[in-house]
Write a protein that binds this ligand. Structure first.
Ligand SMILES: Nc1nc2c(c(=O)[nH]1)N[C@H]1C(S)=C(S)[C@@H](COP(=O)(O)O)O[C@H]1N2
Ligand SMILES: [Mo]
Length: 388
């Protein structure tokens, strides 16, 4: 086998070079966490890793292999002492309750395929450049989550009349010092309105793709809030606090918020629902494609609480579009693989685009809405290939 020389690696497109270097045996420097083969490092500590698009879908054609599932952590990963670990449910409830992991496993178990997307996925494409981790297309993944419905756990504690939010609290803790700073060290948390929290797509998961959760993905227990961006999927869950008023916590005001408007009154609003999006996974920026031959372009499409109902493809930067035949009925909460045949008819750079319309009739916008600040990035972003 021909091993690429170091010069070749350095000459490769910057996007491709990072996973190659990160994946090389021996690339780990002393004192650094182990290398994650094939992952793109967005931040070393805390560890934040992006999935290269070619690894988004694993061998089963649907889910992301756990070792390739993106990792987004704001603080150092906490290590949980399983002898002492309990999940406490308290606050505006009739029966404050504590559960060991075994207690939870005795409740009715559920297993669900759910797509998780970071609210900042695609941030690298924003102009002007935005602060925050520079995710490309790969801050997203789908796993089979095994656990108990959040509703089942709430039923045991019995929220009182007037319960508003279900605040999920992680064991990780730290101080955000960049403006807007946190009020000293705080846990990672997120409030979910009770009416969403009791929906079947809200799961407290101890299993991911048939295995116990890994440390990075929230061992021993994490939330997955189907249809909502990843910031609500609190990892290393230790406490659930039911409140009698909306929880205006740090992670849904100073962070993970955007502007909605009624008339011309902008109002800060927590980021919630995943927006429709289609991405191309078969081709990457700058890839060379032979002209005149039919090629298969493939990718993924999803739309939070709705289903990716229609996908369109353009090989010419949006001048003409073709309908993509979806080979299976799309479902809400989970992405849908798609593919289309394309024959490039001229040489030179060509912009490939995919566009998703969901079952509720929402289509991806052409242009970026600045009211979304640095989140919910689903305007059309081309992948430019070079036809030769
Ligand atoms: N406790 C805790 N939970 C967390 C976070 C965190 O930093 N701490 N990050 C959130 C964000 S922003 C995302 S996108 C998802 C990512 O989950 P993953 O690392 O398993 O992909 O976890 C969420 N849950
Ligand atoms: Mo995120």
């Amino acid at each position: 086998m021909n091993r690429p020389s170091r010069r070749d690696l350095l000459r490769a497109a910057p996007l491709a070079a990072v996973p190659l270097l990160a994946g090389r045996a021996g690339a780990q420097r002393p004192g650094e966490p182990p290398a994650f083969p094939g992952m793109t490092v967005r931040m070393h500590e805390p560890r934040n890793l992006e999935t290269p698009v070619a690894h988004l879908v694993g061998p089963d054609g649907k889910t992301t292999a756990t070792e390739h599932f993106y990792i987004r952590s704001h603080f150092a990963q906490p290590t949980v002492d399983m002898k002492a670990w309990k999940l406490r449910v308290e606050g505006h409830v009739e029966t404050p309750t504590e559960f060991t992991l075994d207690d939870l496993k005795k409740l009715t178990a559920v297993k669900k395929g759910l797509t998780l997307e970071c609210a900042g996925n695609g941030r690298v494409f924003l102009t002007p450049a935005a602060r925050g981790l520079q995710w490309g297309f790969g801050g997203v993944g789908t796993a089979d989550w095994e656990g108990v419905a959040l509703a089942t756990v709430l039923e045991k504690a019995k929220p009182k009349q007037g319960a508003a939010d279900v605040v999920l609290v992680g064991a990780d803790k730290g101080a955000i010092t960049a403006d807007p700073a946190s009020p000293g060290p705080i846990h990672y948390d997120r409030g979910i309105p009770l009416d969403k929290a009791v929906k079947p797509e809200c799961v407290l998961a101890w299993g991911m793709n048939g295995q116990p959760l890994t440390q990075a993905h929230g061992f021993p227990l994490r939330a997955v809030i189907g249809g909502w961006y990843g910031m609500a999927a609190v990892k290393w869950l230790t406490k659930i606090v039911v409140t009698d008023r909306p929880h205006h916590g740090f992670w849904q005001t100073f962070d993970y918020s955007y502007f909605t408007r009624s008339g011309d009154l902008p109002m800060l609003t927590p980021v919630t629902k995943i927006q429709p999006k289609a991405i191309i996974t078969s081709h990457t920026e700058g890839q060379r494609v032979a002209g005149g031959n039919e090629v298969t372009v493939s990718g993924l499409a999803w739309s939070g609480e709705s289903a990716a109902k229609a996908v369109e493809f353009s090989g010419d930067g949006g001048t003409t579009w073709v309908k993509v035949e979806l080979n299976a009925k799309a479902e809400p909460f989970v992405w849908h693989p798609w593919s289309v045949k394309w024959t490039p008819k001229r040489t030179g750079p060509m912009k490939l685009l995919a566009r998703c319309t969901d079952a509720a009739g929402n289509t991806q916008p052409d242009k970026r809405d600045p009211d979304r600040r640095t989140y919910m990035i689903n305007h059309l972003i081309p992948v430019e290939v070079v036809v030769h």
